[in-house]
Design a protein around this ligand. Structure first.
Ligand code: SIN
Length: 293
């Protein structure tokens, strides 16, 4: 049986069946999956039963392990982090605002793989907002206005000592390590042309983009107020329902998304149930493999 694709019919997203990820994949299979992923931006592989080694092997078909600040990896698999919420946990939901993973890094991860282990019977979907579609839907004047602007990205709202997951965050079961380093900033263009497909996407999020870089081309004429209003308008625009795909999980499902093309956000609604997934971020093939500590 060959690879089968079930398209979500929403703004992005597809399920892939007919491939056993426990087995090594041929270059032709990897290339076919890569093509499907680039077309649909988020792909889910239901009914897989992967151990950590198999999960890592699958990840390495698509890039090298990414740098993962602020989340402690598993002791024997440092590139795998757990997204965990216990049944009786009362801390705020993790990552429930739209973001592109670690966009504050100089080289953010191209992809994230998330593998479902304990999946609650209700709730816990992940939302994906297609940022290629969001860019396309902008009027010509706004596209022109933002083409040469850069956004200032930072982890501080989440991972600095004063941030959401910082020193006052109590009772969380996830292994989050907050740090002063989260105060650092890094700028990226507001509009990214995809290096493989050339399709343009908005690259900013309310979670990690703090402002518009005043040093970016075209920012000179803009007041701080105008820059703020522009950014808030983009945040509102990019998360509209018409750009969103709602991804439902099942135990044994591996999901891979393109951080250059979609934003994602966790959802709740599973109080009283445990939710546990394993996550690997992937950097481009030309990046040096981070040294695990
Ligand atoms: C994440 O942002 O990595 C987690 C998404 C989720 O828990 O659905």
């Amino acid at each position: 049986m060959g690879i089968e694709v079930e398209v979500s019919g929403q703004s992005c997203g597809a399920l892939i069946r007919g491939v056993d990820l426990r087995e090594e994949l041929s270059p032709a299979q990897v290339s076919e999956i890569r093509g499907i992923w680039l077309d649909h931006l988020v792909v889910g592989f239901p009914d897989q039963e992967l151990n950590c080694e198999q999960l890592e092997r699958v990840a390495l078909y698509f890039g090298v392990f990414g740098e993962d600040p602020y989340l402690e990896g598993l002791a024997d698999h440092p590139h795998i982090a757990e997204i965990r919420r216990e049944a009786d946990e009362t801390s705020s939901l993790f990552a429930d605002n739209f973001h592109s993973d670690w966009s504050f890094l100089p080289v953010p991860p191209v992809a994230t793989l998330l593998y479902g282990i304990d999946i609650p019977p209700v709730g816990g979907d992940t939302l994906f907002a297609n940022q290629q579609m969001a860019y396309e839907a902008l009027d010509a004047q706004t596209k022109d206005r933002i083409t040469h602007l850069a956004g200032i990205h930072s982890a501080r709202l989440g991972y600095a000592p004063q941030g959401r997951y910082g020193e006052s965050d109590a009772g969380r079961s996830m292994a989050i390590v907050y740090s002063e380093e989260a105060m650092a900033t890094h700028s990226h263009p507001l509009v990214l042309a995809h290096p493989e497909t050339g399709r343009k996407a908005l690259f900013a999020s309310g979670a990690y983009t703090l402002g518009i870089d005043p040093n970016s081309l075209d920012a000179a004429e803009m007041t701080a107020e105008e820059a703020h209003e522009l950014l808030i308008g983009l945040f509102r625009h990019q998360a509209q329902g018409k750009f969103v795909y709602r991804h439902s999980w099942s135990a044994g499902m591996l999901t891979m998304w393109d951080n250059r093309s979609v934003l994602h956000a966790a959802t709740g609604g599973y109080e009283g149930h445990r939710r546990l997934l394993q996550r690997i971020t992937i950097a481009p093939f030309d990046q040096p493999q981070p040294v695990s500590t």
